[in-house]
Ligand binder design. Structure first.
Ligand code: SF4
Ligand code: SF4
Length: 480
């Protein structure tokens, strides 16, 4: 048995996974404390990681001294010192781009230092209360609005134990954009790959509890639980989708959990099969597109996707538009909203300047962020999986997330999605959806919002008007 292998592009912090494994004995708080101590001992306080950080000019770190900032971060992390504004701003605005990693002369991973600091801050007082519950409910609602019952069950209900060579692991939030998961599974099916699916709140990697809610022990239990979930399929390889799970399980917790399988991104397998001549794109797609990419650990996935798209006859990728965050979304670019807004606007402008037929997105968070950034501009936004399926001669899964967003009228969304919710056993008040749909679709739970999905087990009742049906989900739930 070996520790989960960090993915290519994900660095392991000073001290390494083996040392981490030996020290913690299954206790995540101990494991994180030991990891922090090793970084503290190895860091020479040169300040280089601050100097190169792209969020520096956009945060409270702007005028802070780099050397003093790193010293303060480590003193707070390891010796409980008080954080000054610059150091606290740096921790809160780190978008995990990973640019600092290659710059560290001591081969420390500064991103991991900031992730450990974020976790410690959350344990002292979270800004996103009951995040797991609110997120789980928003995932269930958004999924139920977009798919038929058979598909809902496939993504939301855990598969029974069986022995398969591969697990396709989605993480939690990708279920909000189910079309790209079904597209990926169409490609895996066409390749004749035997796999089980694991995803949704019941297969959370534990990042929400540990890093956001500050419930470190719970986070450790959740991470161990998802590993047991994988183990029951006895896979040789877990094909991951979500970049947050990748960093959490492969880097932040590298060595905390142990298993006997390889853990890497699903696009690695697709490129392997492309190189082996097994993945063939037979249908030309005479289109010009731009590809949205991410730096750091996202660079390998971006380059994989560029390779795959490059193999599609007549498809031209005119430019890869790189963004300085490991992904779009709450724990990525949204940590520095000004940078995200500027970069997304710039990318949409570039796509328009090139006069492309489509803007191609990478991860699930990117897809939703770019749909928002391109709203009303007449730019077609597709996920790369749409193109892979089409180039194999099949029809991509309908992108209902895009369709619902395009309605731009939450009364109409509630009306359109009502029958889908009902078919999936989610009994929700239409007024509730009209009132809260915009927040739900903007992942407001990661900004401390979506209190409407918190509280006790029942949800989905409008605040306004007279007596309402007491709405609740009748399908098995991971949110209560
Ligand atoms: S990961 Fe990126 S945002 Fe975070 S500290 Fe490093 S350079 Fe800055
Ligand atoms: S670059 Fe490395 S050694 Fe220098 S301050 Fe940052 S973490 Fe420490």
């Amino acid at each position: 048995m070996s520790a989960v292998e960090p993915q290519a592009g994900v660095a392991v912090a000073a001290g390494g996974a083996a040392a981490d494994t030996a020290a913690h004995a299954g206790n995540l708080a101990v494991y994180l404390r030991e990891a922090a101590k090793r970084i503290d001992e190895a860091c020479v306080r040169c300040g280089r990681c601050v100097e190169v950080c792209p969020v520096r000019p956009l945060s409270a770190l702007k005028d802070a001294d780099p050397v003093a900032t790193v010293a303060n971060v480590l003193d707070a992390l390891v010796r409980d010192a008080r954080l000054d504004d610059g150091a606290a701003g740096w921790i809160r605005s780190c978008n995990s781009c990973g640019i600092c990693i290659d710059e560290c002369p001591e081969k420390i991973n500064p991103r991991r230092m900031l992730t450990l600091s974020t976790t410690k801050l959350a344990s002292e007082g979270t800004k996103t209360p009951e995040l797991f519950k609110r997120m789980s409910r928003s995932i269930k609602l958004m999924l139920a609005m977009q798919v038929i019952p058979e598909e809902f069950k496939r993504l939301f209900i855990p598969e029974p134990r069986r022995s398969v060579p591969f697990v396709f692991y989605a993480g939690c939030n990708p279920l909000k954009t189910p079309h790209l998961l079904f597209n990926t599974m169409m490609v895996l099916d066409a390749l004749g790959i035997d796999y089980a699916f694991a995803g949704g709140p019941s297969a959370c990697c534990g990042v929400i509890a540990a890093k956001w809610e500050g419930q470190i022990e719970q986070g450790g239990r959740v991470a161990q639980s998802v590993m047991r979930r994988f183990d029951k399929f006895e896979p040789q390889r877990v094909l991951n989708w979500c970049p947050t799970c990748e960093i959490h399980l492969g880097e932040t917790l590298g060595g905390f959990t142990e298993s006997g399988f390889q853990f890497d991104h699903v696009t690695n397998l697709l490129v392997e099969r492309l190189d082996a001549g097994e993945l063939c794109f037979t249908h030309p797609l005479p289109r010009r597109v731009v590809l949205h990419g991410h730096v750091g650990s996202g660079a390998q996935v971006t380059n994989n996707v560029a390779r795959l798209l490059g193999a599609i006859p007549k498809l031209e990728v005119v430019e890869i538009l790189w963004e300085q965050a490991y992904t779009c979304g709450a724990s990525g670019c949204a940590k520095t909203p000004e940078l995200a807004k500027r970069e997304h606007a710039g990318q949409v402008e570039a796509a328009q300047r090139h006069g492309v037929d489509a803007f191609v997105t990478l991860y699930h968070g990117c897809h939703q962020a770019i749909l928002s950034a391109a709203k009303g501009l007449g730019l077609d936004v597709l996920n790369f999986t749409d193109l892979l399926v089409e180039a194999m001669g099949a029809t991509p899964h309908a992108d209902a997330n895009k369709t619902l967003r395009a309605l731009d009228d939450w009364a109409l969304v509630a009306e359109t999605a009502g029958p889908w919710l009902k078919a999936n056993g989610v009994d929700i008040d239409a007024d509730f959806l009209r009132e809260n749909g915009a927040e739900i679709f903007s992942a407001a739970e990661f900004r401390g919002g979506l209190a409407c999905l918190g509280g006790e087990a029942k949800f989905g009742v409008s605040r306004a008007g007279g007596p309402r049906r007491q709405a609740q989900a009748s399908t098995p739930s991971a949110d209560s």
